[in-house]
Design a protein around this ligand. Structure first.
Ligand SMILES: NCC[C@H](CC(=O)O)[C@@H](CN)CCC(=O)O
Ligand SMILES: [Zn+2]
Length: 329
C-alpha cells in the first residue's frame, strides 16, 4: 500500500517521540510565582493553593536556596500587604520602599545574583477596593490615573532591581506608558517588559485571590480583563502590546486558552511567548489527582506540554518546585 501511511516508525523509540515536540520543557522555561507578605517571619500555607505558602522576607532565602541549587532560574513576585494601613484608593503602598515586594527585590538580587527577578505590577493587592487600577466615582476604571500609577510602580520596581516588570492590570495603554517611563529613566535597556497581554476574566483566579487577599470589594474584572469568548479582542490586545513595546507577550490563563497562545505565537512570531498556568488551573490538577482521575506528575507534564505545544516557551507555574525535581535539565 501507500508507504507514507506508515507513521509508527517515526515515534517508536522514546527519543524519537521527544523529537516530535517543537519545544521541550526545561527548567529555564519555568517562572515560579512567590507570595511575599509584610509580616517578616510569616510562613503560611495557602489552603486553596496546594503546597504554596505566603512568606515574609525572613523566610524567603531559606526557602529559595535549595530550589536555586536544583536549577530554579526565575521567580515572579506578588506582594501580600497584611499590615494595617497598606491599602487605599490609590494603591499607595504598591511602591513603598519598605513594602514587601520592594524589599524582596533588593534581597533576592543581592542573595541570588543569577536568579531572574520578575515582578507582577498591579494595584489590586494594594487598593481598598481591590480593583486593578484607580476608580472613577461611578466605580469604573480611570484609565489615565491608573496608567500613570501602574507605570510609576513598574519603574519603582525596575529601579529597585527587578529584571522584569509584568503588568497584570489590563488597563489600556499601560505597556506604552511603562516603556516610555523606563526610557525616560534610562533603565529601559536593562528592564524586560512582559505584558499580560491576553488576560481573561473568569473563575480560575480564586485560589490566588485567597492567597493575595486581592478580590474586588465590589463588582468584578469583566470590564478590563478579557471576556472568555473574546478571541478577536485577545488578538487585538496582543498586537497592540507588541506595538507598544512589550518584550514578551503573556497569555493567562493557559491550559483553557491554548488557541490564544497559538494566536500569540502567530502574531508575536518574533517574541518569546509566556503563559501563566493560573491558580485555578493548578488547583484543578491537584483536585483531579486527589480524586484519582489521573497521576499528578503525569498530568502536570501533560498540561504543561500542551501549553508548550500551543506556542509558549515560558510557563509561569506553581508546579515549578516539582519540575525542578522531575526534570534533568
Ligand atoms: N492583577 C490580577 C491578579 C490576577 C488574578 C486576578 O484577577 O485577581 C492573577 C495574578 N496576576 C492571578 C494569578 C493566579 O490566579 O494564579
Ligand atoms: Zn490586579
Amino acid at each position: 500500500g501507500d508507504i507514507s501511511s506508515q507513521l509508527h516508525g517515526g515515534y517508536h523509540h522514546p527519543l524519537a517521540r521527544a523529537w516530535q515536540a517543537d519545544r521541550q520543557l526545561t527548567k529555564s522555561m519555568l517562572i515560579y510565582p512567590l507570595f511575599i507578605s509584610d509580616i517578616e517571619d510569616d510562613d503560611t500555607l495557602i489552603p486553596s493553593l496546594p503546597g504554596q505558602h505566603r512568606r515574609g522576607l525572613n523566610k524567603l532565602v531559606p526557602f529559595l536556596e535549595p530550589l536555586v541549587r536544583k536549577g530554579l532560574k526565575s521567580v515572579m513576585l506578588f506582594g501580600v500587604p497584611l499590615q494595617p494601613g497598606t491599602k487605599d484608593a490609590l494603591g499607595t503602598s504598591a511602591d513603598d520602599p519598605k513594602g514587601p515586594v520592594m524589599q524582596a527585590i533588593v534581597l533576592l538580587r543581592q542573595r541570588f545574583p543569577q536568579l531572574f527577578i520578575s515582578v507582577d505590577v498591579c494595584l489590586c493587592e494594594y487598593t481598598s477596593h481591590g480593583h486593578c487600577g484607580i476608580l472613577r466615582d461611578d466605580g469604573s476604571l480611570n484609565n489615565q490615573l491608573s496608567v500613570d500609577r501602574i507605570s510609576d510602580v513598574a519603574v519603582a520596581y525596575a529601579h529597585a532591581g527587578a529584571h522584569c516588570v509584568a503588568p497584570s492590570d489590563m488597563n489600556d495603554g499601560r505597556i506604552r506608558a511603562i516603556k516610555l517611563k523606563l526610557i525616560e529613566e534610562g533603565i529601559a535597556h536593562k528592564t524586560l517588559l512582559m505584558s499580560y497581554a491576553a488576560k481573561f476574566s473568569g473563575c480560575l483566579y480564586g485560589p490566588f485571590r485567597d492567597a493575595a487577599m486581592s478580590s474586588p470589594s465590589f463588582g468584578d474584572r469583566k470590564c478590563y480583563q478579557l471576556p472568555p469568548g473574546g478571541r478577536g479582542l485577545a488578538r487585538r490586545a496582543i498586537t497592540r502590546d507588541i506595538g507598544e513595546g512589550a518584550d514578551i507577550i503573556m497569555v493567562k490563563p493557559a491550559a483553557q486558552y491554548l488557541d490564544i497562545i497559538s494566536d500569540a505565537k502567530e502574531l508575536g512570531r518574533d517574541l518569546p511567548i509566556a503563559a501563566y498556568h493560573v491558580s485555578g488551573e493548578y488547583a484543578m490538577v491537584h483536585a483531579g489527582a486527589k480524586a484519582g482521575v489521573f497521576d499528578l506528575k503525569t498530568m502536570a507534564f501533560e498540561v504543561t506540554e500542551g501549553i508548550l505545544r500551543a506556542g509558549a516557551n515560558i510557563v509561569v507555574s506553581y508546579f515549578t518546585p516539582e519540575f525542578l525535581d522531575w526534570l534533568e535539565n
